[in-house]
Write a protein that binds this ligand. Structure first.
Ligand code: SF4
Length: 240
């Protein structure tokens, strides 16, 4: 198959994002995710049969229009949904970006490793790795996935020397305890590829999306994480 004909199923684009990777970025939200995180703010990306098909070339052309805004650090971010579910598309897109001086960033839960994912990583400058929970039990209970898979993925990032930012959404009563912070700090220290660890607030702006989809928002009864709480935990974490 002609590589340029590879199509990806895409949920949406964000043109000038500043929160998902270094600098200003063009963000591509891929359609389809195998996890079911209780805190997910994009339940509309879950289904694999949704989204709109684009060739990697078409997405590259869209991103390239914003190159003047990227500066030294900005570029493209592949997010989701779960970008690792469409690795051939991602690799082709990233290859084109790299060949044209656009930096590449992958925002993922790290739930899969296979040959196609390894090829995608060959063209990835930075990974934002979501460590959702730091115990296997919580990970399984609140996402349906496995912490072990994410840690396997992190080991590969370390072997490949890919700059990695660990991220974790802080959810009251689920992972806002000191023990979780210690485990997270321990993971960050174990792998040289980890350049920073960012805590993120649990937000509920997505409530309407759940209502529209007629899906129960699993963490709909939990309060949003306040900026003060987040700041306190980030400071604690930075001292560990
Ligand atoms: S991995 Fe991301 S998109 Fe998938 S369920 Fe979890 S938060 Fe939602």
């Amino acid at each position: 198959m002609d590589e340029l004909a590879i199509k990806g199923k895409i949920h949406s684009f964000e043109t000038l994002g500043t929160l998902d990777g270094p600098g200003v970025r063009f963000i591509v939200f891929m359609q389809g995710c195998p996890l079911r995180c209780g805190c997910c703010h994009n339940p509309d990306t879950w289904r694999f049969d949704g989204g709109e098909e684009y060739t990697a070339q078409a997405v590259f052309e869209k991103a390239r229009r914003f190159k003047p805004y990227f500066g030294a650090f900005g570029g493209i971010t592949l997010s989701g949904g779960e970008a690792l579910m469409q690795p051939k598309f991602g690799a082709q897109l990233f290859k084109m970006c790299k060949a044209n001086g656009i930096t590449t960033c992958l925002d993922t839960s790290g739930c899969a490793i296979n040959d196609d994912v390894l090829e995608l990583l060959n063209h990835t400058d930075t990974v934002l790795l979501d460590i959702k929970y730091t115990t296997e039990q919580s990970y399984k209970q609140y996402t349906g996935g496995s912490l072990a898979a994410t840690l396997d993925f992190l080991r590969v990032l370390d072997e490949k020397g890919i700059d990695t930012w660990l991220r974790q959404v802080i959810i009251t009563g689920k992972n806002d305890d000191d023990e979780n912070l210690s485990r997270l700090a321990g993971i960050a220290k174990t792998y040289k590829c980890v350049k920073k660890t960012q805590l993120l607030a649990f937000r509920k702006m997505c409530t309407e999306k759940y209502e529209k989809l007629h899906i129960e928002f699993p963490f709909g009864n939990i309060d949003e994480t306040s900026p003060e709480k987040l700041d306190e935990l980030q400071k604690k974490l930075d001292l560990l």
